[in-house]
Design a protein around this ligand. Sequence first.
Ligand code: SF4
Ligand code: SF4
Length: 393
Amino acid sequence: MATMVDLNLITDLQKFGAPDVNACYSCGNCTAICPLADNDATFPRRFIRLAQVGLTDELVTSKELWTCYQCGMCTSRCPQEADPAEFMATARRFAIAKLDKTGIARALSTKPVLGSVIVIAAMLFFALFFASVREQETRARLAFFDFIPYHWIHLVGLILMGVVALFAVINLVFMIRGIAKRDQVSAKSLFGSKAAWGRTFRALWYSIGVESLGQKRFREDCADDEPAEPLYRRRWLIHFLTLWGFIGLFVATTLNYVLDMAGVKPTGTAVPLWYPIRLLGTVAGLALMYGVSWFMINRRQQVSSAAKHSSPADWLFLWLLMLTGLTGFVIEVALYLPGPQIWAYWVFLVHVAIAMELVLFLPFTKFAHVMYRPVSLFFYGLAKDEHRELQPV
Ligand code: SF4
Ligand code: SF4
């Protein structure tokens, strides 16, 4: 079958912030130093080569692209200053934009002004929508969820999740088809026999349990680049706390909703701090804020090659997380203050608008890595298992 060559690929990648990779002469230093190269003698320089020869589809639907944790060790050893670590990060931004057919991801990454207009317009829309719902249904009362009726937040949240899921599924189908075709993975090879089922489950466990949630290689292999960093500032820990903080908040919000529906505890009620769901939400919120704060400080101070270049999409994702967490804590404090805090109702409105925005933009921002990385790691796990390299865990 004919292979499509894109002569403008490098130019296009540069719009996403790619360094000048024409300088790369494929010496292999980056491969030699990369802790995640395993026995692959072409990782990560293969991706620069793909860009040089214009193989867009191979670049975008490559499972190995998402295995890189951007530690920056390859960049520190590159004699040509081709900055392979930044190239890999750019290629992931590019992949998110290519897989998204709406053009929103591309605008957010390459057109800061248009991207800002889209983001602000969406935020204003949610804020005005909820404010108008409040006007129609109620006047400010004593509980937050009377200020903006909870069933409206719930309804809009469900609709948004449906829209996001639809976008996510479409994008993932493109990606999965590309990887499966190249790796010759079929339904039969996944489920055709008992051994195939076993391999599929091991790859799933590797992807979700070992790497996505446990971040084993990030923690153990990629730590070598930062021996001087104290534990509290290690990149894997910052990422780990951000991830688990987000998961904790998601679980706390879901449990809150379930208890509300069951009539056990209306959402927004002031309960003691040690109340399990409140405690989970507080601890998870602190973990999230800790991680996001360090991400921001590191990017601001450009402490390493991994934090040296920041795209608008990087900052957008961090600010959405930061503002969601901050406004959440302000609301929590207001709940424990005596008497109604009218100012806090408006903070609540901002909180809901930003949280909705965070969810809505998932397939278009850096947040999209939460869906692409596990899928890539699944195929990566399958391939490793096939070559008997995946260690039992
Ligand atoms: S990116 Fe740098 S280290 Fe890697 S192959 Fe190219 S020139 Fe060598
Ligand atoms: S940034 Fe780190 S993990 Fe990624 S390719 Fe370079 S050395 Fe490997």
